[in-house]
Design a protein around this ligand. Sequence first.
Ligand SMILES: [Ca+2]
Length: 261
Amino acid sequence: MTSRKFRLGGLAAAAAAATLVGMAAPASAQLPDFGSSGSAGSNDGSSTGSLTCGTTQVFPFFTWGWLPIESNGPRFVDNPEGVAGGTGNGALNFGVNSTSEAVTYYQPTRTPLADAAGLGYNVFLDSTVAPAYQLRVWGANRTDGAADGFTALTWEASRNGGIPAAGQWHSYDALENGKWWSSRDIAGATGRQAVSLADIKAANPKAEIRAYGIRVGTGASASTSFADNVKFGCNTWDFETLPSLSSGSAGSSGSAGSSGS
Ligand SMILES: [Ca+2]
């Protein structure tokens, strides 16, 4: 694993990628279609993300393509209540003010659902609402026959051992071995019942993950909760408030390459 710190040479490439994705997938779209967004230029060909493997720091002004679905994304904050335990010194605040508010932050990808692995994240909550990990999938076998096969698959702590204690960080890994529920009825997962992701994969062999991320959905009571250290395949995302300019050199990080296909 390599550690991708703040490298000046990478700024242009990532900014270009972020702009490209942003144009292809309006933040307000309910069901963003990332199909035309192309690759991020420096793509290493990995099926698990648009960036090379390793840990990537994400900053408010430099998000590597992370996008909100709602108009209000999560806020980049310092460690909640001074408690370290995510990664680095910062995290994302997914606080909501009412049951009608949702906060979602996602990263586009093109990954077969069958290949979903290495899923994990860290959470911190102030009450009983914990951010969920979500896979936004196209090509699933919808029971209503919808051609796009869209659904959102969600892993929640409350359905995987219980809501964690407030006031401290919790780390969850290997979510692909846990129970997930589907926002739409699909083969193997109906009625929002939590079932194994393995069963969902088997019943939806053509399903493709086009985004993954963290979400506090509508219906959650007013609350403050945090997430950090989001893992997907070989990629780990460390959300930070300020760039650690002293942590690395500004050496060459390669060219931006083609911005899409
Ligand atoms: Ca962090």
